[in-house]
Design a protein around this ligand. Structure first.
Ligand code: NAP
Length: 484
């Protein structure tokens, strides 16, 4: 990918206070294409001093932005939304080149990204307060919502655009400023978003993108008393670390962390719909989504039929470079991710699982793994207790509803869960019994801007999207007027 291919959206500098900057010492980080290992370009390896300057710019940006009217903020967000859609093809190309997912999935991610800007443009104008009946004569109680202030967002590589949109759109709508630290593997999507922010007329300092080593950039953001909120999407161990760091300055936190989603297929399910759902939820983004089905529970009577249908569906997948026409599954993010997944598969086989399909590295390249179906998996295997984050579907047999609910909830995670049934009473019972922030009933496409996205237990704190998403970026203030 070159400037020629992607024009002005392919930027190789960080964006701070409305200007494009390099590291003071000129250091850079190299970004490669996971499909073929080719170098895409470099971004600045910023140090603490540059990040400190970004924080000061964000403070200046915040002071200006919070005083705009809600309509002015909404208009800027709407322009940003329009520009994202206008540049859909280029954004998708940048995304696929640095992340690997098939172009069609990247285009869908661009659309999802745009949807957050539009949604929160609308929500910006509905940050209402309350007038509360006062307990005393001559007293009035007024409750208002104010922007939290300077926010820091640390985001992962698996959805390099939409994970930023879910944070930046509500923050900017509420009147906050935000500093984004994208994942090291996928900074170019974030920088492209900054180009469009500038074009949309988002003032200097309101939206910033800082690139560089996670510990230095993250540490500087976390140490700063100016940063009043941290919003993070990524792994549970790093989320816990950030929560501990946030304690020192008592920052507000939103955490979207790891998952271990159960997907349950009951004997009364529409099997074809269930198999389609398993394929979508398991192999989208080569199995690297936080809401991927991680443990697939299939009831005794339909076990063989489901396995047979899945084998056929997996055979229909086309593996390759996501930029190529017709490819339905791209590479994983890097060879280390492939090694981690392969270890889980080999450990499962050693413990008694059978490989019905795949089970090894794919000849396409170092970052590719075959879409894999494991049968005879038991809940005690590490493939069933750890987040796989790769294209491996472990199938676990169960007999009764009570048993499977117990198994499904037996995890420290609580992000997404899915089940397939045609029985109305069971639909209500099981939706109620699953200890998860999100439940898909005969449905796996659960990530939509209209609905609250987030997890129970160690899967996180807070919600993104929906009418609740903006609450994460406001403080509640109450004014008590007496002697009236
Ligand atoms: P990760 O290793 O936790 O990294 C996420 C972000 O944290 C990256 O920007 C990373 O920077 C940064 N980071 C790493 N160490 C840090 C530190 N010491 N201080 C500050 N920042 C630090 O997670 P990942 O492998 O990118 O993403 C996969 C995980 O994200 C999975 O567990 C998945 O379930 C979860 N996820 C959750 C959701 C959700 O909505 N719940 C959505 C998507 C993904 P570098 O890249 O520069 O190291």
């Amino acid at each position: 990918m070159t400037y020629d291919d992607c024009g002005a959206l392919f930027r190789r500098q960080a964006y701070v206070g409305g200007t494009w900057i390099d590291a003071d010492d000129g250091q850079t980080v190299t970004v490669t294409n996971p499909a073929n290992g080719e170098v895409i370009g470099t971004v600045p390896a910023l140090g603490a001093a540059e990040v400190e300057r970004a924080i000061q710019s964000a403070r200046d940006g915040f002071r200006l932005w919070r005083d705009k009217t809600a309509s002015q903020r909404a208009e800027a967000l709407r322009r940003w939304h329009g520009l994202i859609l206008d540049h859909r093809a280029v954004l998708a190309r940048i995304l696929t080149t640095e992340q690997g997912k098939p172009l069609a999935e990247a285009e869908a991610e661009v659309d999802a990204t745009a949807s957050f800007f539009l949604w929160f443009a609308e929500e910006a104008r509905r940050v209402y307060g309350d007038i509360v009946p006062a307990p005393r004569q001559g007293q009035r109680i007024l409750v208002t919502k104010e922007p939290v202030g300077v926010c820091a967002a640390i985001t992962p590589w698996n959805f390099p655009l939409s994970m930023i949109a879910r944070k930046a759109a509500p923050a900017v709508a509420a009147g906050c400023s935000i500093i984004i630290k994208p994942a090291e593997a996928t900074p170019f999507s974030a920088l492209a978003l900054a180009v469009l922010a500038e074009k949309a007329g988002i003032p200097a300092g309101v939206f910033n993108v800082v690139t560089g080593p996670a510990r230095v950039v993250g540490g500087t953001l976390m140490d700063s008393p100016v940063v009043r909120k941290v919003t993070f999407t990524g792994s549970t161990p790093i989320g816990k670390l950030l929560m501990r760091q946030a304690a020192d300055t008592v920052k507000r936190v939103s955490m979207e962390l790891g998952g271990n989603a159960p997907l349950i297929v009951f004997e009364d399910a529409d099997l074809d719909r269930a198999v389609t759902g398993i394929m979508q939820s398991k192999f989208r983004n080569a199995g690297q989504t936080c809401i991927c089905s991680n443990r697939i529970f299939v009831q005794d009577g339909i076990y063989d039929a489901v396995v047979e249908k899945l084998v056929r569906a997996i055979e229909a997948l086309r593996i390759g470079n996501g930029l190529e026409e017709g490819v339905t599954m791209g590479p994983m993010i890097d060879p280390r991710a492939v090694a981690d997944v392969d270890k889980l598969v080999q450990d499962a086989v050693t413990a008694g699982a059978s490989v019905a399909k795949g089970g090894k590295r794919h000849p396409q390249g170092d970052s590719f793994y075959e879409p894999t179906l494991l049968t005879d998996v038991t809940p005690s295997m590490s493939v069933a207790s750890e987040e796989i984050f790769g294209p491996v579907a472990p199938i676990i047999r169960f007999s009764t509803e009570e048993e499977v609910i117990e198994l499904a909830n037996d995890t420290p995670f609580g992000l997404a869960s899915y089940f397939y049934t045609q029985d109305l009473a069971r639909a209500w019972r099981v939706s109620g019994a699953l200890e998860y922030g999100m439940v898909g009933l005969n449905e796996v496409a659960i990530s939509v801007v209209e609905a609250p996205f987030g997890g129970f237990k160690e899967s996180g704190v807070g919600r993104e999207g929906s009418r609740h998403g903006i609450d994460e970026y406001v403080e509640i203030k109450y004014v008590n007027m007496g002697g009236l």
